[in-house]
Ligand binder design. Structure first.
Ligand code: HEM
Length: 409
């Protein structure tokens, strides 16, 4: 970490201590009581059990066994060759892994091919906003989710964030692809692999003293509630921002976009009774599970600093544009979360972005002619494009693999 990042972290930590929101000592599970009804879910019914205490039994038992019997590298080697939704599973997989994956790759009975196709078109036509929101915005939000920040930090991938960003963006971009759920797309592949990675993390992290010391007494990470928290930081947050930015989204597009995320939650092993059936239900669940848990942590501050530095290096090798990088990140997540993340304030650029963003959107949506767009808007547009390219480039050559250890050291 360079001196500047360290200073930013210290400054942010100080500010947060002052308002009592600081991190290292904050409880890892400041959650509201679970009252969200399964009637609001895609299942329409369910036991209503608090997802805080539900994990992914089948996957968890299987992957624990794969790790304990020393099969991880053999399975990973074969998984590398499985890259397309419609591709048969590689031969040579252990029988129990193959059986699980055959089941896990099936779409739920309620998946609607037409809606998935409509979602793909929507993702394509709105890729600028969605990539920015899910890539940069979602990334900066995730570091303000204490359990996620701590799990990522203390897992194997936390030691090399460059590589970790690359692997995580695989799923995000797969969802946005035109062929996402078609046989030649790869969301199913990346989601099934991610489900297995999460199961591995549930087996490995409890053995990490560093994680256990910060887990607030939690014995197993990545509950179903945690997955939905992250889901909201991606899907619900993006839809809320599009609405706030007044990006025109038809009701049909909104339903299709919700559907692709509903199916993806299912593919990640979330039980249908926790997957919101409507955007209203999603907003209500998000208010209950995401909003109250956002907080600053030592791990989140460090991860944010790394992400910001990577972005600044990408947008400008000399680092001159770091203030713009900071300002755009602050704009995307808002001042409250930005402060939790220790993203430095940039009064000049923040003011500029707030002023020109509506014009930029209006121009992208062809609602106003180009001459009405102030020139500075294009600097911002270009920085946003560079952000997206940064994430896209990271996707090349990356593979999601089952970890067999936690973060070294
Ligand atoms: C791994 C996506 C929820 C913690 C991954 C990977 C992806 C992903 C694509 C594979 C990339 C990699 O291996 O680094 C998602 C999505 C989620 C979600 C789409 C919800 C919608 C969560 C939550 C937590 C979490 C809630 C923790 C509370 C982790 C960790 C790894 C991982 C620790 C492995 C890091 C490593 O060892 O490299 N996730 N995730 N994820 N995820 Fe998630």
């Amino acid at each position: 970490m360079d001196g500047l990042d360290r200073r930013n972290m210290l400054m942010a930590g100080g500010a947060l201590d002052a308002i009592g929101a600081s991190g290292a000592a904050s409880p890892a599970g400041a959650r509201a009581l679970w009252t969200w009804s399964p009637k609001s879910s895609v299942a329409g019914a369910g036991g209503g059990r608090d997802p805080e205490w539900v994990w992914d039994g089948e996957a968890d038992r299987l992957i624990a066994s794969v790790i304990d019997r020393g099969d991880v590298s053999r399975v990973n080697e074969l998984l590398r060759t499985w890259t397309r939704n419609g591709q048969p599973l590689p031969s040579g997989l252990p029988a129990d892994v193959r059986d699980f994956m055959e089941r896990a790759r099936q779409l739920p009975s309620w998946a609607d091919r037409n809606l998935l196709e409509a979602a793909a078109d929507f993702n394509k036509s709105r890729s600028f906003y969605l990539n920015l929101l899910n890539g940069v915005g979602g990334g900066m939000l995730s570091t303000a989710i204490p359990r996620e920040a701590r799990s990522v930090y203390h897992s194997k991938g936390g030691a090399d964030m460059e590589d970790r960003v690359a692997r995580t963006s695989l799923l995000g971009f797969a969802i946005g692809d035109l062929n996402a759920y078609r046989p030649d797309g790869d969301v199913i592949v990346q989601a099934v692999k991610t489900r297995m990675v999460h199961a591995a993390v549930r087996h490995l992290l409890p053995r990490s003293p560093a994680w256990s010391q910060t887990s607030g007494g939690r014995k197993i990470p990545i509950s179903q509630a945690d997955i939905m928290v992250t889901w909201h930081s991606l899907a619900t947050y993006a839809m809320q921002k599009l609405t706030e930015w007044k990006v025109p989204v038809s009701p049909a597009d909104a339903s299709a976009y919700l559907h692709v995320w509903q199916v993806t939650a299912h593919m990640l092993g979330v039980h249908d009774e926790y997957v919101p059936a409507t955007w209203d239900a999603a907003d209500a669940q998000s208010e209950q599970v995401l909003d109250p848990v956002l907080a600053s942590t030592r791990e989140g501050l460090e991860l944010t600093a790394i992400l910001l530095r990577q972005l600044a290096e990408q947008t400008s090798p000399g680092g001159i544009d770091r203030p713009l990088v900071n300002a755009l990140a602050r704009f995307l997540v808002g001042a409250r979360v930005a402060d939790m993340d220790g993203i430095p304030e940039e009064p000049f650029w923040e003011k500029v972005i707030t002023a020109v963003w509506p014009k930029l959107i209006a121009s992208r949506e062809k609602l106003i002619p180009l001459p009405l767009v102030p020139p500075l808007a294009w600097t911002i547009d270009e920085a946003a494009r560079q952000y997206i390219l940064f994430y896209q480039a990271k996707r090349q050559g990356a593979h999601i693999e089952i970890p067999e250890t936690q973060r070294p050291g």
